[in-house]
Design a protein around this ligand. Structure first.
Ligand SMILES: Nc1ncnc2c1ncn2[C@@H]1O[C@H](COP(=O)(O)OP(=O)(O)OP(=O)(O)O)[C@@H](O)[C@H]1O
Length: 760
């Protein structure tokens, strides 16, 4: 099995279109320096409205600056380009999410008050995110936007209360059913820079779709998604070399593989230039128009980008200050005596109001917003929220070549769920009229209310050129994710590819063991067999175990916390389970650390002349040194998984020192009874005493005393062990203790990670 597709072939095959960044012919009404726009958006996504007056729906015309006009053209181009691809991408089942009285509180210890205090961050929010809509969450910094997104996506569950309904059914955000509905794309993109775009996409496809779906299908799907996101020409580029905008689009592309009905994005436009920003929002709008529920936080969008959203949800200090259609914002504010000046970006005005620049009582605004929400919810049928053109687009996109004998107006009376159900109808059902569509979509609450099967995908068109001619066949594949074994193998393969491509760190680890092996060997040259240098050999053995314990522990203490962020996100978005992930990680780390240890031991033992005696003593030493190093590594994983990096870097060595003092020159009888348990638990002590026993115990004969030395006190190895009070050490106990430490610490690491991943 190979993770790598035939990159060249696939790359050649997917070189379709110029990508989202490039512009094509504009159909927008920009005429350079002064463009005249009427009050309503015209055409398909042509967004000319850039002032409060027009957003309110008046017929006033305004003069736009040339930059605005060109931006408008760009936005329009992006939309047109996305439409022009005409890909039959992933119509998904509609998921409407309603929430009420959502509260989120954190409990923290307050040092000044010397007690735990509870802080409420979201104060009983209500609202809805609808299928087919692109919703922006806006608000001043620290208002609670990210928190709301975290709560709604289920990323944050502890401290959350409230009611959440999915397609009308109550659902807990922690439930598997809820989790299967959505993906969450974080603000910062954590992508492995050693992997190419095509590779990472194929890996995600294997993991998310499993092996019940053919590789050809996956490659087509990848090609299709990358084209949609304007990344097809980046197929064989390392993700580390992508621009910020491309990384964001790749993050979206990765999650689109499983076609989640709901997408949450935390500030997807932050750090992007205006062109990339509009291209990103245009893409999200396109996805929304295909039935996805898309919710993203956004900071100070330009008027043009603001207009691209369907709905706005404004958060101020954990309260909702406005929710509703973008076009209804300015009239709503006007009703509250907050008149947005002409030529002023409504998004900017809203933020000014939110931070208190316009002398208004925010409590009144919050109350009015809640009132409006209830009025909207009770008075307007949901379908009225959808604009007709989008419904038509949705129907047209999903028609699979069927003719439609209904007018746009008639279609607007259908709900998204009906449209989606219609789109999955048999191709044989041609020429449907409104009543037939309604009949076809006769309510089937059980099915509609069910959360979706994971990874329900649409069949991408394998031959885009033929798309217009041939009828598009919809395939709803109820796919399962990869099995435990396949997940493990895929993750193992990812680790090996990354290791091969960023070999410097691994090479440094190997080289440092060889280098220190030579230095130690040189320092303690030929101390191994001499009765005169027993104490020298004692220090060599102690130093060796100490070195191996540190290298074993610190390598993971420093790198593992970085992995955890990636693990949290990929696990949350259901790429894989914790078991295969952790198994693949230790499957690489354990042999690698063992190899480093063995290299060090072989080199230093040769130079110190410890390997010239009976071979079994060396084998014991290698085994014990490896086990000590792996015990420390297991502790490193645990510390890295439990503590934040800064604390782990500090506490990791302290723990190593604590355990090491119980091995070095500390006799059992000298230890305070209070700390004797540490002597028993010290893997360092077990490794060190075991190593001493390997070389000086097990019935070793008298050591050689050099001729020029008059007296060798430790000629008898037994005398030395007795002197050190370790003559009763049993090798099996040492091996067993360290094996137990390794097993228990790995188990504790998995439990800690599991808690972190599941008790969010
Ligand atoms: N775990 C937490 N513990 C304590 N306070 C928190 C926690 N999470 C969020 N907050 C607080 O809640 C408030 C809202 O935070 P949040 O990150 O949601 O704001 P935001 O609107 O996304 O801000 P920004 O736009 O600056 O990212 C902030 O005051 C933040 O300090």
């Amino acid at each position: 099995m190979t993770l790598l597709p035939d990159i060249k072939a696939a790359d050649a095959a997917c070189c379709v279109g110029g990508g989202g960044d490039t512009s094509s012919n504009s159909t927008c009404t920009g005429d350079g320096h002064s463009a005249h726009y009427s009050g309503q958006s015209k055409g398909n996504g042509c967004l000319g409205i850039n002032c409060c007056t027009l957003a309110a729906g008046s017929e006033t015309s305004i003069n736009e600056t040339s930059s605005s006009a060109s931006s408008a053209a760009k936005v329009n181009n992006n939309l047109n380009e996305l439409q022009a691809h005409n890909y039959h991408f992933s119509q998904c089942q509609p998921v409407d999410i309603e929430f009420s009285n959502v509260r989120y509180e954190v409990r923290k210890f307050s040092f000044p008050e010397r007690k735990f205090v509870t802080k409420e961050i979201l104060h009983g929010l209500q609202g809805d995110f609808r299928s087919g809509e692109l919703t922006a969450i806006m608000g001043p910094s620290g208002a609670g936007k990210s928190t709301l997104l975290n709560v709604m996506s289920g990323f944050c569950a502890t401290g959350v209360t409230g009611n959440i309904r999915v397609n009308g059914k109550p659902m807990a955000t922690t439930s598997d059913r809820f989790r299967q509905l959505s993906c969450y794309i974080h603000q910062d993109d954590l992508l492995r820079p050693q992997l190419m775009v095509g590779e990472i996409m194929l890996l995600a496809a294997h993991l998310k779709l499993g092996f019940g779906v053919t590789k050809a299908h996956k490659l087509n799907l990848i090609k299709h998604i990358l084209s949609l996101l304007g990344l097809e020409h980046r197929y064989n580029v390392y993700t580390g070399k992508l621009s910020g905008g491309q990384k964001k689009r790749l993050a979206i592309a990765l999650e689109l593989i499983s076609n989640p009905p709901v997408l949450y994005l935390d500030e997807p436009t932050t750090g992007l230039d205006s062109s990339s920003c509009s291209s990103c929002v245009a893409l999200l709008k396109k996805l929304a128009s295909q039935g996805h529920t898309i919710v993203c936080t956004i900071h100070q969008p330009s008027a043009l980008i603001f207009e691209m959203f369907d709905k706005l949800y404004t958060v101020v200090d954990g309260h909702c200050m406005y929710q509703g259609r973008i076009q209804e914002l300015v009239p709503f504010l006007a009703d509250q005596q907050l008149v947005c000046p002409s030529y002023h970006n409504p998004a900017d005005y809203l933020l000014e109001v939110a931070v208190g620049e316009h002398q208004c009582d925010l409590n009144n605004l919050i109350e009015a917003a809640n009132k409006k929400y209830y009025e909207d919810a009770h008075q307007k049928p949901y379908t009225n929220h959808l604009n007709v053109s989008r419904i038509v687009t949705t129907i047209r996109d999903s028609m699979s070549g069927k003719k439609l004998n209904t007018s746009s107006q008639e279609l607007s009376t259908l709900g998204m769920s009906q449209l989606a159900r219609y789109s999955y109808a048999e191709p044989s059902q041609q020429e449907l009229g409104l009543e037939e569509i309604k009949a076809l979509n006769a309510p089937a609450p059980d099915e509609l209310d069910q959360p979706l099967a994971e990874g329900t995908i649409a069949d991408p068109d394998p031959n885009p050129d033929q798309t217009a001619k041939t009828s598009k066949k919809k395939l709803r594949t109820d796919v399962s994710s990869a099995s435990f074994l396949m997940q493990y193998l895929l993750l193992m393969q990812r680790i090996l590819i990354c290791a091969r491509r960023s070999y410097f760190l691994l090479l440094a680890r190997i080289a440092s063991h060889i280098f220190i092996g030579v230095i130690f060997g040189y320092l303690y040259m030929n101390v191994g067999n001499s009765a005169h240098s027993v104490l020298g050999n004692y220090v060599y053995l102690y130093g060796s175990i100490l070195l191996l314990v540190y290298t074993g522990k610190m390598a993971v203490v420093l790198t593992f916390p970085l992995e955890i962020d990636m693990l949290t996100r990929e696990h949350f978005n259901r790429w894989y389970k914790l078991g295969p992930y952790f198994l693949s990680l230790i499957s690489f780390e354990i042999p690698f650390q063992s190899l480093c240890t063995a290299l060090y031991i072989v080199i230093s033992a040769r130079l110190t002349d410890n390997d010239s005696g009976e071979p079994f003593r060396m084998y014991y030493f290698i085994l014990l040194a490896i086990l000590a190093s792996l015990s420390a590594q297991a502790w490193g994983f645990f510390v890295g998984a439990t503590l934040p990096t800064k604390l782990a870097v500090f506490l990791g060595p302290i723990l190593a020192v604590m355990f090491s003092v119980f091995g070095f020159c500390t006799r059992y009888i000298d230890i305070t009874p209070l700390f004797r348990w540490m002597w028993h638990l010290s893997y360092f002590r077990a490794g060190f005493h075991g190593a001493l026993n390997a070389f000086y115990g097990l019935d070793r004969e008298f050591l050689e005393c050099p001729e020029n030395v008059i007296y060798c006190h430790f000629r008898s190895p037994k005398v030395f062990l007795k002197y050190m009070m370790i003559s009763d050490v049993h090798m099996s106990d040492c091996v067993l203790l360290m094996a137990l430490v390794i097993a228990v610490m790995h188990l504790l690491t998995v439990i800690t990670l599991w808690r972190k991943l599941n008790k969010r």
